[in-house]
Design a protein around this ligand. Structure first.
Ligand code: PLP
Length: 287
């Protein structure tokens, strides 16, 4: 995806010209947080929710924010304009910056954070093959750290899990802890059982998905009964439907888990109508 204009610490640069220090704590310690905002028709989806979670992540790590949500909105908008982005997403990363050397301790006094934003064009965002055919999932133990509610760039296990899924001929992995599914490698998980929607409750065990929250609001408007609790692989396998939510996958159905089909083995009606409802609501509220 060459040719992009990216944002780095106040500068607009050709992507190949943007670089950060080898001592940046994002690189040395994964001491950085991130957000991913979807762009539909050149507009930002669920922006306020993403900024609220970013603030929460920064506060949890006692990291200063390099810009206010209003300033970040302006940077997002300029990035869309400069890259003529219509469908895709914007990645934002903030690290604790470059202390000038390697050290486990946070720099004292703090140094300026590193702020990076870049686009990814995804012309098929609303119409991916995965959403059409449904995802095949494998299960794996959840080997991440225990503060998954902080959205850090510490993504090695999710990345390895995705590779293991690919090697197994699947699309993604669901991670399991203490007999219950926590979430997908980069998405929150839902099942439909006797017409009710079940999704894991928020805690330190999962990323507090912004799409999850928006989809739950849609489900409420559609009159669906919602239960927020953990569920096991056996319960998921016996469900009528399953699906995942994230900024880039929106609502995407899951049709197989560990080689067994879920429900009819086809994308289900609840996932399909929630996806449509969410896309309509998100476009209406886009900024
Ligand atoms: N869970 C994990 C582990 C994630 O990495 C993500 C997104 O990156 C999500 C859930 C979904 O969050 P959101 O809906 O805010 O994209």
């Amino acid at each position: 995806m060459a040719g992009r204009i990216v944002y780095l610490n106040g500068d607009w640069l050709a992507e190949e010209k943007a670089s950060i220090s080898i001592f940046d704590r994002g690189f040395v310690m994964a001491d950085s947080v991130y957000e991913v905002v979807a762009v539909l028709d050149g507009k930002l989806i669920d922006f306020d929710g993403h900024m609220a979670r970013l603030t929460r992540s920064l506060e949890a790590l006692e990291m200063a924010s390099p810009a206010s949500p209003e300033e970040l909105l302006e940077v997002h908008r300029q990035l869309i304009a400069k890259n003529r982005l219509v469908m895709g997403c914007i990645y934002l990363q903030i690290s604790r910056g470059n202390p000038g050397d390697r050290d486990f301790l946070f720099p004292d006094p703090p140094v300026p954070p590193t702020l990076v934003l870049y686009t990814q064009a995804r012309p098929d965002l609303l119409d991916t093959n995965l959403a059409k055919r449904g995802l095949q999932i494998i299960s794996l133990p959840d080997q991440r750290w225990l503060r998954r509610d902080i959205k850090t760039t510490q993504l090695l296990w999710p990345s390895m899990a995705k590779m293991l899924a690919k090697k197994a001929g699947a699309d993604d992995a669901w991670m399991v802890e203490d007999g219950l599914i926590t979430e997908g490698t980069s998405n929150n998980v839902f099942i439909v059982k006797e017409g009710q929607l079940i999704t894991r409750a928020l805690s330190n065990a999962v990323v507090h998905g912004i799409t999850r929250a928006a989809v739950l609001a849609c489900a409420g408007e559609m009159g669906l009964v919602i239960e927020e609790r953990g569920f096991s692989l056996a319960e998921a396998l016996a469900a009528e439907e399953a699906f995942v939510t994230s900024a880039t996958m929106l609502v995407s159905p899951v049709v197989r888990l560990d080689g067994q089909q879920i429900g009819s083995g086809q994308p289900g009606p609840v996932a399909r109508s929630l996806r449509q409802h969410y896309i309509t609501a998100a476009r209406k509220a886009a900024c």
